[in-house]
Design a binder for this molecule. Structure first.
Ligand code: F6P
Length: 366
């Protein structure tokens, strides 16, 4: 009898998820001794009384590596450690359903699980592993903020989308002599903003790791308008904040979704500049989820596929509690515990910070 592998995608989606799923399914078919199933919307599918799971046959996985999103769906409201549950009096609370989840996975005959997800999802993987579940993690995030891997798939696609948008903003900024602010994703890490600033040729780049001073931003803008008509393009990460201010966002109202919805720092900056003697008209563009949707670029397809194949290999070899990782140009693995211990953020001594400063890109700190 064939062994059974359960695959799921959790948290926010990311270009390349389908390429991972296909990589796992194809490697399993090549191996011949395993069948691969997908749990619909993270662990929610397998937790249902009548489990919502699909067998990932060729029919489902053929050609999906070029497709954005995830064919098995995802959610950020299905944390089995903190599962939203309604009490008899109608009020809601959250409960730990991990024991029940592990029993369900075993009762359905699964020998191993591959959890494809970001920091939050891998923390869940680690908790389940510690409770005895045979689980392997695959890192995913456009923000590139996971430790223990040099890069995550989805990041290159997000940078490509942001850079293409930035290029378009440059020509309109130049025509109108405007200062245009483009807000990109990046909660705790400014990787997307930093890469886009260099690829696109920004004048100012504002990231969560370097709190900015409005006056320093204004100084750089003024320097561009000195002696005539200039233009300025700014890229700002959603998690960036002024030195004496805070991150802008709102608490999600969705039960079970604990994360703060970031967004709005670009408009905040515009308003602050307009209140001062900014020499130009200022406009803000928020790229938002366009950075997460659509087809992955070739690099992300390749990385995601290789990570999928590696995840199958780890599951087949019984290397549980491990997360697939890309390090020094090799697809390898690390303990999940190591991967979730801290965020991978932009260090002030990273070579791209120096590159940017040499290009006279201001981080708004001086
Ligand atoms: O973590 C990836 C990410 O894209 C962040 O950059 C962003 O803040 C967040 O997801 C948005 O999540 P959601 O779509 O759940 O609001």
């Amino acid at each position: 009898m064939k062994k059974k592998l359960l695959v799921l995608t959790g948290g926010g989606d990311c270009p390349g998820l389908n390429a991972v799923i296909r990589g796992i399914a194809k490697a399993a078919r090549t191996n011949g001794n395993w069948e691969v199933w997908g749990s619909i919307e993270a662990f929610n599918g397998i937790m249902k009384d009548d489990p919502e799971i699909i067998k990932l046959t060729r029919r489902y996985t053929a050609g999906i590596h070029v497709k954005g999103g995830t064919i098995i769906g995802t959610t950020n409201k299905g944390n089995p450690l903190d599962y939203p549950t309604q009490l008899p009096d109608g009020t809601w609370t959250t409960i730990d359903r991990t024991d029940e989840l592990i029993s369900k996975i075993k009762a359905n005959g699964f020998d191993a699980v591959v959890n494809i997800g970001g920091d939050g999802s891998q923390k869940i993987s680690q908790a389940l592993f510690e409770k005895g579940l045979s689980i392997v993690g695959v890192p995913k995030t456009i923000d590139n903020d996971l430790s223990a891997t040099d890069v995550t798939f989805g990041f290159s696609t997000a940078v490509q989308i942001a850079t293409e948008s930035f290029d378009r903003l440059v020509t309109t900024a130049e025509s109108h002599h405007r200062t245009l602010i483009m807000e990109v994703m990046g909660r705790d890490a400014g990787w997307i903003a930093l890469h886009t600033a260099i690829a696109g040729g920004a004048e100012i780049c504002l990231i969560p790791e370097i709190p900015f001073k409005i006056d320093a931003v204004l100084k750089r803008i003024k320097s561009r308008y000195k002696g005539g008509k200039g233009f300025v393009n700014i890229v700002i990460a959603e998690g960036a904040k002024p030195i004496d201010g805070k991150v802008i966002g709102e608490q999600s109202n969705d039960l079970g979704d604990t994360h703060v919805k970031l967004g709005g720092i670009g408009n905040y900056l515009r308003a602050q500049l307009e209140m001062r003697d900014c020499p130009a008209q200022v406009r803000t563009t928020i790229l938002g989820h366009t950075q997460r949707g659509g087809t992955p670029v070739a690099f992300d397809r390749i990385l995601a596929t290789a990570m999928g194949v590696k995840a199958f290999e780890l599951a087949k070899d019984g290397a549980f509690g491990k997360m697939v990782s890309f390090r020094n140009n090799q697809v390898t693995s690390v303990p999940i515990a190591e991967a979730v211990a801290k965020y991978h953020v932009v260090n002030k001594d990273h070579y791209l910070i120096d590159t940017a400063r040499q290009l006279d890109i201001s981080f708004g700190d001086k």
